[in-house]
Design a protein around this ligand. Structure first.
Ligand code: HBI
Ligand code: FE
Length: 286
């Protein structure tokens, strides 16, 4: 039997309690154990991000937040899962924090989204180096109410094992980064954010839409698979979907194997660099 432990080769020391995790890294949430101070911090984070949504978030993300009926208490994963499962068949499972890729993919492939059970400290309200409950829950769960995106996430989990056998894991991780954590989408109101890493961050949300610095490029799957990323700074490029159906279709229709074979051993495209074929989209004004 494998003893669950924090994933090795992560750049920061992980703070979660991995000793109590099951073989698939699941832990109980125990919503009754959060302190009043933790609920208060959740409420602050929620109010601050919720205020940005009308002008910054994709309508599907906003609809997901509404469906979750969040309030000033840290949500129960069980209750949220019941709402989510009724809509797209996904459930939330508690985890101690980052888990090994293999286990993460296995949950996604079964339509289970791993959410970290602990909340950041008050002094980390603007930034922390590993995902916490606010990032995982507020950032990721709302879009799982969107049917195309929900299907894409399952497909992503299924693609993991195949990528491993083809030496494509590092490339596939870039699709998660740019397509799930830091994605933008075109809407009738202009560019909007849907990525969890954007919408769980006050700074990144404003940067993604209003800063003159980053590129906002038309989403292209092969381009994304070749693109390096920054894990500890505001992004220098974002990729823009036309629709969530497009993301799903690109993932279904593309044979990843020849793309891995073509680029696996090459240097990736540096963060913020432009290459021939890129289609920059105009920013919606500062
Ligand atoms: N574990 N809990 C958790 N959350 C993640 O987002 C996550 C992970 N393990 C691995 C991982 N992400 C990355 O390898 C992605 O590229 C899949
Ligand atoms: Fe995330």
């Amino acid at each position: 039997m494998r003893q669950p432990s924090a994933p090795a080769r992560w750049p920061v020391k992980l703070r979660g309690d991995y000793a109590t995790a099951g073989q698939d890294y699941r832990v109980e949430q125990h919503p009754e154990r959060y302190s009043d101070a933790e609920h208060a911090l959740w409420a602050r984070l929620l109010e601050r991000q919720r205020a940005l949504l009308p002008a910054h978030a994709a309508p599907q993300f906003i609809a997901g937040v509404e469906a979750l009926q969040l309030d000033a208490r840290i949500p129960s994963f069980e209750r949220a899962s019941d709402r989510l499962e009724a809509r797209t068949g996904w459930r939330i499972v508690g985890v101690p924090g980052l888990i090994p890729e293999r286990d993460f993919f296995a949950h996604l492939a079964e339509r289970r989204f791993p959410v970290t059970v602990w909340l950041r400290r008050p002094e980390e309200i603007d930034y922390l180096a590993e995902p916490d409950l606010f990032h995982d829950f507020f950032g990721h769960v709302p879009l799982l109410f969107e049917p195309s995106f929900a299907d894409f996430m399952q497909l992503y989990g299924q693609a993991g094992e195949r990528a491993r056998s083809l030496g494509g894991l590092a490339m596939l991780a870039r699709l998660y980064w740019y397509g799930v954590e830091f994605g933008l989408i075109e809407t009738a109101q202009g560019l909007r954010c849907y990525g969890a890493g954007i919408l769980s961050s006050h700074l990144e949300t404003r940067h993604a839409l209003h800063s003159p610095l980053p590129h906002r490029l038309r989403f292209d799957l092969e381009r994304v698979l070749r693109s390096e990323y920054l894990i500890d700074d505001l992004q220098r490029s974002y990729f823009v979907l036309r629709s969530f159906e497009d993301l799903m279709r690109a993932a279904v229709d593309t044979d990843f194997a020849p793309i891995y074979a073509r680029w696996r051993d090459q240097q990736g495209i540096a963060a913020g660099e432009l290459v021939p074929g890129d289609i920059p989209l105009s920013a919606p004004g500062a």
